[in-house]
Design a binder for this molecule. Structure first.
Ligand code: PLP
Length: 238
């Protein structure tokens, strides 16, 4: 059985190898270790092993875990899941990255409840594969949503996507690549008007190589770092 430190090293090596193939600097790819369902002790172990970015997909789990993990100031948290407008006040002004911003009503709420909207880093989630099971605006909606969020004063730093499950018989990583490419092309178009729109949050345990090949600047890796997930979110003992 490999330890968390060994698995983290192996993922860093996969990123380095994929970056080399793509002629990219591996330092331009941030590993976001996705700790959902895992205990704060596992996050602490990952910090000891050198991880500095952590992702959670549920607001409550992130709020609870960030409170109990004794993290150095170098650690950054990312909310990578959907965000309901009525939870916005729980996640703003904490220095967290919000990857799931996908509609104007949420932008407006975030801008209204934030003390410092200009410090609130957000990524616009785009459903590039038009998968009805996935969150995100469409590719067509993305430019006006980015404009809207910039005008609202939020720090819009890039785009995020979760590709659809592949059609039967098609390899997931191979299929994901065209969706990653679509997100990169969209980012490149948006960056002409918005120089701060640089980040591409894409790629998970099974397809990080394809994502790095297409320009990912943040890969969100759960299973390959922490092992198999539990069935329920972590919550503090009552
Ligand atoms: C859980 C999750 C991941 C990590 O998935 P793995 O396949 O375990 O690496 C990445 N992104 C999002 C949005 C997730 O919810």
């Amino acid at each position: 059985m490999s330890t968390l430190a060994q698995r983290l090293d192996a993922v860093q090596q996969r990123i380095a190898d994929a970056a080399e193939v793509a002629g990219r600097d591996p330092a331009d790819v941030t590993l976001v270790a996705v700790s959902k369902t895992h205990a704060p002790e596992d996050v602490a172990d990952a910090i000891t092993a050198g991880a500095t970015h952590f992702g959670e997909n549920r607001v409550q789990e992130l709020v609870a875990k960030a409170e109990v993990v004794d993290a150095p100031s170098s650690v950054q948290w990312h909310l990578i899941g959907p965000l309901q407008s009525n939870k916005a006040q729980h996640v703003v002004d904490r220095g967290w990255w919000l990857h799931g911003v996908d509609r104007t009503s949420l932008v407006d709420r975030l801008a209204r409840v934030a003390q410092r909207p200009g410090d609130q880093r957000v990524l616009v989630q785009v459903n590039v594969g038009e998968d009805p099971a996935k969150h995100g605006c469409t590719v067509e909606e993305a430019p006006s949503l980015v404009d809207h969020a910039v005008r609202a004063g939020l720090a819009v730093r890039g785009l995020m996507t979760v590709p659809p499950l592949p059609p039967d018989g098609v390899d997931a990583a191979t299929d994901a690549r065209r969706h990653f490419q679509a997100l990169r092309e969209l980012r490149d178009r948006l960056a002409r008007e918005h120089a701060d729109v640089t980040e591409l949050s894409m790629g998970m345990s099974a397809d990080l190589e394809a994502a790095v090949a297409e320009g990912a600047t943040m890969v969100r890796i759960g299973t390959a770092v922490f092992g198999a997930r539990g069935t329920a979110p972590w919550q503090p003992a009552a």
